[in-house]
Design a binder for this molecule. Structure first.
Ligand code: XMP
Length: 184
């Protein structure tokens, strides 16, 4: 276990261990490739949170694909700010492309909805979405993902790319921080 950030005396409690994550990511990759059989895909991951998930997911998708990323942020600590700070700096042109948008977690739904709108406005042929985690209890806007790794209750999670104030992204499993139900 890597040393804990200042202020933490116990590691996050395991919700999904490395093995469960690896199995589910392989299944998701096969599901996506099966549905999109034969078509060319552009995977867009939302950084920073989706970076680690996307790295594993693209290697599980047996299709010709291109990989890009953009940056979006709506959380401060364990609190959703309600505002999506979004930097649409794609390197690849989304026009006429079939996009798979990948994020770490679907929470209020604001981030994914905002980025889907942006990609459609930018001329994407189609936009499908894939998230590692879904917290349906927290939804405030109408948004569902096409592919979901695991559904979880309203707890704040870290690891496998998910952070608490930028820490814990390198945790190889997904865990909960005691006493940090999401607020906002
Ligand atoms: P929205 O509310 O826009 O949120 O659907 C999506 C983004 O919020 C962050 N988020 C979390 N980050 N643990 C985290 O580390 C959580 O439990 C959590 N819930 C939401 C995340 O960045 C996601 O992309």
């Amino acid at each position: 276990m890597t040393p804990l950030p200042l202020g933490f005396d116990a590691p996050p409690e395991t919700l999904f261990d490395e093995k469960a994550i690896a199995v589910r990511v392989k299944e998701l990759g096969a599901e996506i490739a099966g549905k999109r059989r034969g078509s060319d895909l552009t995977v867009v991951s939302i950084s920073n949170g989706a970076t680690i998930f996307a790295a594993d997911l693209v290697r599980a998708i047996d299709l010709p694909l291109r990989l890009d990323s953009l940056s979006a942020r709506s959380y401060d600590g364990t609190e959703s700010s309600g505002e999506v700070v979004f930097t649409p700096h794609l390197k690849l042109d989304p026009r006429g492309r079939n996009i798979l948008l990948v994020d770490d977690i679907l929470d209020t739904g604001r981030t994914l909805r905002r980025v889907v709108e942006y990609l459609k406005d930018a001329g994407a042929e189609s936009v499908e979405t894939c998230v590692m985690l879904d917290k349906p209890a927290r939804r405030v806007v109408g948004m569902e993902a096409d592919f979901v790794g695991f559904e979880i209750p309203d707890v704040f999670v870290v690891g496998y790319g998910l952070d608490y104030d930028e820490y814990f992204r390198n945790l190889p499993y997904i865990g909960t921080l005691p006493g940090t139900a999401s607020i906002g």
